[in-house]
Design a protein around this ligand. Structure first.
Ligand code: CA
Length: 506
């Protein structure tokens, strides 16, 4: 079989091995390049001789400098490059290359559940919010009974879930960082997929009192939607009280019907996890193409993961729709640089052993691939950690790159989730459908009942970025309408919520 490699940008002086089994030493590529040694799939091959200190270029950007001389045809591994300094934040182009608006796509819709606040649900779920971990096992117990005893009587309701988490007490709740988990949990409690209205179980003595959780939205307390466990008598009676409140809410939710909603009611969160060197060539550009289609259809698209954007920031601030949006991007980069520095870490802490096994040498290479998810449109606004996004178009919603924390923070806004992966992860969330897109066909075949869409066909030439992007766009609309289920939904794969608490624990 002809050995295959892929080069993304004409300035690149390394290429990625496409052949599933890798290549053996001595193998000759079309064009005459000889592999000097065995190189695994998705790893880099040197396209020319490098002297020590020479820049290694991928995606048209310098991802590192050769520590020692590297002959042409060598396997370029992470320990052979040094990490370049991150782009300085004080001399970036601010809104200097704002992309022209792409032609709008009119008339695309999905069948969703309309909410009084103007949002639309993609699922109809009974969600019981908790203010503190102390009540989580009780609510979990109640939800198990709700599912078996009540839910079957309410056919229009898709699921019942306990919105549990580890925040709420034992924390310095007046520290500045505490605002992040609190606003994240507040927005999740009023999620579009649970009808925009919370049902809350509180302990009673916790620091995160319901009034504090919903500070600016006090009218939501109508007397029936907060249950304080310390006001109840015994466990069995407490559970009965939760079941009674749940039954009332289920009756309300059951009256909801799917209605035609414009595609502009979609808020799609993009994320990657377990990335490999193909991610930036196949799945992420395909997701970027779908992101452009969504933006053209009027939807909101969130890209996130500060540490995977930081090294590509010089490519993003010029794309900001205004100088203010560019400054907001820089504000979020600065905040995270300082946060990492306080923990005596830096951005190199991002890459995992799996990333490296998948051929990603360092965070620069990972970031260049990661931002491909953001497509090509102007960045319309920036949301800080856990903030609810109200703008349309492409939005940077700041989050850590950790899959669970990023997903939790995006839940403050998103009603659909797209997750790309190279190494593979069975990740899923209880509140929104998670569409998983693989970077390689081998993963999609191995995990045939976990991966929803195979973007690996792009590397082998069986499909184009555009084709996979269009497939994903249609998949999003069908899944949002409930006409398609994701594999994560099929298996009920629901990762725990993980609110980001940069504040001190007491
Ligand atoms: Ca991630």
């Amino acid at each position: 079989m002809t050995p295959l490699s892929i080069r993304v940008n004409e300035r690149d002086n390394v290429a990625i091995i496409v052949s599933p089994e890798g290549v053996a030493g001595g193998v000759e590529f079309p064009g005459g390049l000889l592999a000097r040694e065995r190189i695994p799939q998705s790893h880099k091959i040197a396209l020319r001789d490098f002297e020590a200190g020479a820049p290694i270029v991928r995606y048209g950007e310098i991802i590192g400098h050769a520590i020692n001389a590297i002959p042409s045809g060598s396997w370029v591994r992470e320990d052979m490059l040094d990490l370049p300094v991150a782009p300085p934040l004080d001399r970036l182009g601010l809104a200097t290359a704002i992309p022209a608006a792409l032609p709008p796509i009119e008339g695309r819709t999905f069948d969703g559940f309309r909410n009084p606040d103007g949002s639309a649900g993609t699922r109809n779920i009974l969600g019981i919010t908790t203010t503190v971990q102390c009540v989580a096992p009780t609510v979990d117990y109640a939800v198990r009974r709700i599912k078996t005893e009540l839910l079957p009587r309410f056919p229009n309701v898709d699921d019942a879930i306990a919105v549990t988490h580890t925040y709420g007490c034992g924390v310095a709740i007046d520290a500045p960082g505490a605002a992040i988990p609190i606003r994240t949990l507040k927005h999740i409690s009023m999620h579009a997929n649970i009808g925009g209205k919370p049902l809350i179980v509180s302990l009673g003595c916790e620091k995160l009192q319901p009034q504090r959780l919903f500070s600016s939205d006090l009218p939501i307390f109508d007397g029936n939607n907060v249950i304080r466990l310390q006001d109840q008598r015994g466990f069995a009676e407490t559970v009965s009280v939760i079941l009674e409140a749940a039954e009332k809410r289920l009756a309300e939710l059951n009256r909801r019907q799917r209605q035609t909603c414009p595609a502009s009611s979609l808020v799609v969160g993009l994320q990657c996890g377990g990335s490999d060197a193909f991610s930036g060539v196949t799945c992420n550009p395909a997701v970027g193409y779908a992101a452009d289609l969504l933006v053209r259809a009027g939807a909101t698209v969130l890209f996130s993961e500060v540490t995977e954007v930081r090294d590509a920031i010089h490519l993003l601030t010029p794309r900001a729709a205004s100088e203010q949006v560019a400054r907001d991007l820089i504000r979020e980069m600065n905040w995270y640089d300082e946060y990492l520095a306080r923990g005596e870490a830096d951005r190199s802490a991002n890459t995992t052993p799996g990333n490296k096994r998948g051929g990603l040498s360092n965070i620069v290479e990972k970031a260049m691939g990661s931002v491909a998810k953001a497509g090509s449109t102007a960045i319309m606004s920036v949301a800080t950690h856990g903030e609810k996004v109200t703008n349309k178009g492409l939005v940077f919603a700041a989050t850590p790159a950790s899959d669970f924390i990023c997903g939790t923070q995006q839940l403050a806004s998103m009603n659909m989730h797209v997750f790309t992966t190279g190494e593979g992860t069975p990740y899923g969330l209880a509140l929104v459908p998670v569409i998983k897109v693989s970077s390689r066909t081998a993963l999609a075949e191995k995990w045939h009942d976990l991966i929803d869409l195979d973007a690996g066909r792009i590397a082998t030439g069986e499909a184009t970025i555009q084709q996979v992007g269009e497939e994903l766009f249609e998949f999003i609309l069908a899944a949002a309408s409930g006409k398609k289920k994701t594999w994560a939904e099929h298996w009920h794969l629901q990762n725990a919520l993980a609110p980001f608490n940069p504040g001190p624990v007491t």
